[in-house]
Design a protein around this ligand. Structure first.
Ligand code: NAD
Ligand code: ZN
Length: 269
């Protein structure tokens, strides 16, 4: 299967929908943003499941494949050598920055992200308030001794011809500090996300298809605790039926407008 050759036309929501989102934001003080790959596509990082995603071609290995099969690990590092420069070059877009504005206005409790690109922190979000459910692509970890290495440092090793790097401390198998398929999520990040969702007075979902747990469960937890749920995504999501407000549109276009109206128009006129 290959990606569609022409991009589907992107239709943005009308002003009424944007103002409805601004209203929800204005009335909230403990917003939890849940972000997925869709918030970073406008920074040039493709998603997997969107209409032009690479789900069919670029699937990462499962944890079983990775640990048991050296050939899979070699392919993994080869892909990393080729793809990491693009990730390093990616810059935050207006959607990431709109969340920073919300945080600085004292309205955003935290960002729970499924992304591994580090763009929330690069945009200026307080790293303490960014919960990376799927880990970070900028950290490499030894599966034996747990030593951590900076992504750029490991990239240097790959570039220097060490195409199958092992841990310089103990010789163990290295991997990026991201969650592979078939692997459980970091317990602490998971618990904190659920806690923050219970405490939120608005759950704002941006660029996630809400297919994979635990992200898919957070809207239900928010609803049970009486918080409204707003979903901004280019396509429908698995949890649209739970949304109080559902906007089909681009994160980098819609979110900055809504945040501007919510913060820049305190009288609500
Ligand atoms: P996903 O299932 O959450 O899909 C992303 C969603 O975003 C899609 O529904 C798509 O229609 C929507 N979208 C795309 N561009 C958008 C935009 N500009 N504005 C609003 N919505 C937009 O996630 P996935 O792509 O299937 O990725 C699966 C997992 O792989 C992720 O959870 C993540 O761990 C990893 N991944 C990370 C990155 C990243 O760090 N940037 C990118 C791709 C995949
Ligand atoms: Zn080691």
């Amino acid at each position: 299967m290959s990606a569609p050759s022409s991009e589907p036309e992107i239709v943005e929501p009308g002003p009424e929908d944007v103002l409805a989102l601004a209203d929800l934001i204005r009335n909230a003080n403990r917003i939890l943003a849940l972000t997925g790959a869709g918030i970073s596509t406008e920074s040039g990082i493709p998603d997997y499941r969107g209409p032009n995603g690479v789900w069919a071609t670029g699937k990462p290995p499962t944890i079983g494949d990775f640990m048991e099969n050296e050939a899979h690990r070699r392919t993994y590092w080869q892909r990393r050598l080729e793809s990491y420069p693009d990730l390093l070059a990616a810059r935050p877009n207006p959607a990431h920055r709109a969340l920073v504005d919300l945080e600085r206005a004292g309205k955003l409790a935290a960002v729970v992200t499924q992304n591994i690109d580090g763009l929330h922190q690069r945009a200026g979000s307080d790293p303490q308030r960014v919960i990376e459910l799927h880990g970070s692509a900028h950290v490499v970890r030894c599966t034996d001794c747990g030593a951590l290495f900076d992504g750029e440092e490991v990239q240097e090793w790959l570039r220097a011809g060490h195409l199958y790097p092992s841990c310089p401390v103990c010789g163990g198998i290295l991997r990026t500090a991201t969650v592979l398929f078939g692997e459980s999520l970091p317990r602490e990040a998971l618990d904190r996300s659920v806690e923050l969702t219970r405490d939120a007075d608005l759950l704002l979902v941006i660029g996630s298809s809400l297919v994979v747990n635990p992200a898919a469960q957070l809207p239900l937890i928010a609803k049970r605790n009486g918080a409204p749920v707003a979903i901004l995504n280019r396509t429908g999501t698995r949890q649209d039926h739970l949304a109080d407000l559902r906007l089909i549109g681009s994160a980098g276009v819609v979110l900055p407008q809504a945040v501007f109206h919510a913060l820049g128009d305190p009288l609500g006129s």
